[in-house]
Design a protein around this ligand. Structure first.
Ligand code: ZN
Length: 133
């Protein structure tokens, strides 16, 4: 079951350069950042009520985030929904013919288990399924 929006992922050139906007201007607080080597990305989460904003910075020019920024500029890159049984939802989507980027969950920031649905199936939205236990 999909429960709610977990977070919105925003591709940025530099997380450090976002501190002034999110903390000083908007009054939010950036949680500690994490580098996820296999995805060549550095992430930082900003809690906003029950949801969060995830800032994503490329750690390598061949990172998906670097390519995204090159093509579209900085901005919203994905929307993540919180699910309670990611394996079950992935199996269900597969049966329904939904194209998946990840057929098995992978590691996500903060120890979440995540999987992406292909934007071709969601009319341009990169959708992340996210389970936090
Ligand atoms: Zn995410």
């Amino acid at each position: 079951m999909i429960n709610r929006i977990d977070h919105i992922g925003i591709a940025v050139k530099s997380i450090d350069e976002m501190i002034d906007l999110y903390e000083n201007t908007l009054g939010l607080k950036i949680k500690g950042s994490e580098v996820i080597e296999e995805q060549k990305v550095k992430t930082a989460f900003i809690p906003v009520g029950d949801s969060e904003i995830e800032l994503l910075e490329a750690t390598s020019p061949d990172s998906a985030i670097a390519k995204f920024i090159e093509k579209k500029g900085e901005g919203i890159q994905h929307i993540a929904v919180r699910v309670d049984d990611i394996e079950k939802i992935l199996a269900d989507l597969k049966v329904k013919g939904v194209r998946l980027i990840d057929e098995v969950p992978r590691y996500g920031a903060g120890g979440a288990r995540i999987a992406f649905v292909h934007p071709k199936c969601t009319h341009g939205v990169l959708l992340e399924l996210c389970q936090r236990d």
